[in-house]
Design a binder for this molecule. Structure first.
Ligand SMILES: CC(C)(COP(=O)(O)OP(=O)(O)OC[C@H]1O[C@@H](n2cnc3c(N)ncnc32)[C@H](O)[C@@H]1OP(=O)(O)O)[C@@H](O)C(=O)NCCC(=O)NCCS
Length: 229
């Protein structure tokens, strides 16, 4: 199911039992040396999943450094993404000829306080999500949050442009099952004069415990490259 979150073949590795921070390479430990034990364990599990996903593509285990912006530093020729939430961690990785960037996100499927919806979604999105059938309002809000996070992880490493939750607009459609579907996400306000709007496609999935989203930026989506100029 996790592989189907992407528009291109990816290697995915997920783990529900977190590994100990001892598994980190010394080069990686520096990033979390002052963090809580929970965060160290979460970081180590993310690295474990990423190494396993890379190993499936023939890459031997090695440290995965962290860029100053928080994104993982993938081996040459590879891109990927990591997400963790309570008792679950996942990494998806692919080759740079298959995608320019990918983003994955997983969140607990819990009921959020009403004010959270307003932080995550614009007024128009809330109006749309309330009229959307198939799932409850809080599930659509969770999916919106996750979609915007996975989009951020896909978009930021390519552009280094920040945006807020209200700068991104997401719109969902459902498969027949009602447990998964497509979404499109548009950033309609970004700094800089060149690009005002950019739309990406993603996939979502939901079960009783979690929501999952993935966004792919395919190599043909070269309009993105102009953002770097
Ligand atoms: C980075 C961010 C997206 C992480 O999302 P999250 O749901 O809090 O946490 P997740 O567990 O799903 O993801 C964390 C992982 O994202 C990755 N990540 C962190 N910063 C990143 C960046 N700038 N670009 C890509 N990936 C990044 C890391 O691998 C990190 O795990 P690690 O530190 O253990 O390696 C979020 O914390 C954040 O800073 N967002 C910026 C503002 C925002 O949300 N914008 C979206 C508006 S639409």
């Amino acid at each position: 199911m996790l592989k189907s979150l992407f528009k291109t073949p990816v290697s995915v590795f997920a783990k529900s039992n977190f590994v100990l921070p001892d598994e980190l390479y010394p080069e990686e430990r520096q990033y979390v040396q002052n963090a809580s034990s929970g965060r160290r364990s979460e970081f180590a599990t993310g690295r474990h999943c990423a190494r396993m996903a890379l190993q499936n593509l023939g890459i031997p285990w090695a440290p995965i450094q962290r860029r100053s912006n928080g994104a993982p530093e993938w081996p040459n020729g590879f891109i990927g993404s990591i997400s963790h939430c309570e008792n679950f961690c996942v990494s998806a990785v692919t080759t740079t000829d298959r995608a320019l960037s990918i983003g994955i996100d997983v969140e607990i499927n819990s009921v959020l306080p009403a004010c959270e919806a307003e932080l995550i979604c614009t007024e128009q999105e809330i109006y749309f999500l309330k009229s959307q059938s198939g799932r409850s309002f809080h599930e659509w809000v969770n999916l919106s949050f996750s979609a915007k996070e996975s989009f951020f992880k896909c978009y930021f490493p390519l552009t280094e442009l920040f945006f807020t939750f209200h700068d991104a607009r997401v719109s969902f459609s459902s498969d027949e099952s009602g447990h998964s579907g497509d979404f499109s996400i548009t950033v309609h306000t970004i700094g800089g004069p060149k690009i005002r709007e950019s739309t990406f496609l993603g996939r979502w999935h939901i079960d009783s415990e979690r929501v999952y989203t993935g966004v792919t930026c395919m190599p043909v989506e070269t309009h993105l490259m102009s953002l770097k100029a």
